[in-house]
Design a protein around this ligand. Structure first.
Ligand code: ATP
Ligand code: MG
Length: 240
C-alpha cells in the first residue's frame, strides 16, 4: 500500500532521511518511533510532498507520490495532522473540518457524510463544532486536527506526535478514537509518529524505529521495542 523505496532526503544539504526502505500494508496502524530530531516529521512531510527526495521513491498503491504535486495529496485520499496543529483561527471548528473537502471539490452530501464518520470516530468534536478554531486548548486542537485529517484521509492518515503533551484522560480518548477508526475504516492505513513509543500502548500493528534518519534493522528495533515494553506497562497504569 505505502512503500518507501530506499528514500533519502536532505535539509540545507544535511542528510535527514537516509535510505529508508519499508512497506506499510493496507488496514494497518504503523508507528514511527524515534528521538527528537530523528526525522519523523521529515518522513511525513516527504510523503506530503513538502520535502523533496534526494533519491528513492514513495509509492501509494503503486502511484509515485513524487509525480503528484503536494496540493493534490487530499485528492489522493491522504489526510495529515501536523505536529504543530494549524486551525484557522477565524473559522469555526466545523468550517476548519469542512475546508479541505471543499478545496478538493467534494459535494455537500459527500462532505456531510465525511463529517458524520469523523464525528462517529471522534465524538468529542461535536461540542466543539461551533467554536472558533482559536478557542481550543492544546489537546482539543489535537483532536480537531485529527478530525480534519480524517475528513480527506480515505486511504492514508498521517498523525505527527498526536499524544505528545496530551493529558492522560485525553490521550486515552484519542487512543479509543484510533481504535474506532480501525473498526469503521478497516482498509485505511494510518501512520503515527511518537518520540515516546510507550504512549502508543497496544495501538500499533507495527513499529518502525528511526534513528538519525535511518530505520533500525529489525533486530535492533525488536530490542528497542522490548526495552520500551516496560515503559508501556508503566504508562498503562497512567490510563485508568
Ligand atoms: N527547517 C529545518 N531547517 C534545518 N534543519 C531542519 C529543519 N527541519 C528539520 N531539520 C533537521 O532535520 C532533522 C530531523 O528533524 P525532524 O523534525 O524530522 O525530527 P523529528 O523526529 O520529527 O523530531 P521531533 O521529535 O523533535 O519532532 C533534525 O536534525 C532537524 O534539526
Ligand atoms: Mg517532529
Amino acid at each position: 500500500m505505502l512503500h518507501f523505496e530506499n528514500i533519502s532526503a536532505d535539509i540545507l544539504q544535511a542528510p535527514v532521511l537516509r535510505g529508508i526502505q519499508a512497506e506499510v500494508s493496507q488496514g494497518s496502524l504503523c508507528a514511527v518511533v524515534g528521538r527528537n530530531g530523528a526525522g519523523k516529521t521529515t518522513l511525513l512531510r516527504a510523503i506530503m510532498g513538502f520535502v523533496p527526495l534526494r533519491s528513492g521513491r514513495i509509492l501509494l498503491d503503486g502511484t509515485d507520490l513524487g509525480r503528484v504535486p503536494a496540493h493534490n495529496r487530499a485528492r489522493l485520499g491522504i489526510g495529515y495532522a501536523p505536529q504543530e496543529r494549524v486551525m484557522f483561527p477565524t473559522l469555526s471548528v466545523e468550517e476548519n473540518l469542512r475546508l479541505p473537502c471543499q478545496v478538493i471539490g467534494l459535494s455537500r452530501a459527500e462532505v456531510d457524510a465525511r463529517l458524520a464518520l469523523t464525528l462517529e470516530v471522534v465524538p468529542q468534536l461535536k461540542d466543539m463544532l461551533a467554536r472558533s478554531g482559536a478557542a481550543l486548548s492544546g489537546g482539543q486542537g489535537k483532536m480537531a486536527a485529527f478530525g480534519r485529517a480524517l475528513m480527506v484521509g480515505t486511504r492514508l492518515v498521517l498523525l505527527d506526535e498526536p499524544f505528545q503533551g496530551l493529558a492522560p484522560a485525553l490521550a486515552a480518548q484519542y487512543g479509543d478514537a484510533l481504535k474506532r477508526l480501525q473498526e469503521r475504516a478497516p482498509e485505511l492505513c494510518v501512520v503515527v509518529t511518537e518520540s515516546n513509543g510507550s504512549l502508543l500502548r497496544d495501538l500499533p500493528d507495527r513499529v518502525l524505529h528511526i534513528e538519525r534518519g535511518a530505520l533500525l534493522p529489525d533486530q535492533a528495533a525488536n530490542a528497542a521495542l522490548a526495552s520500551s515494553s516496560s515503559h508501556a506497562t508503566f504508562s498503562l497504569e497512567a490510563y485508568p
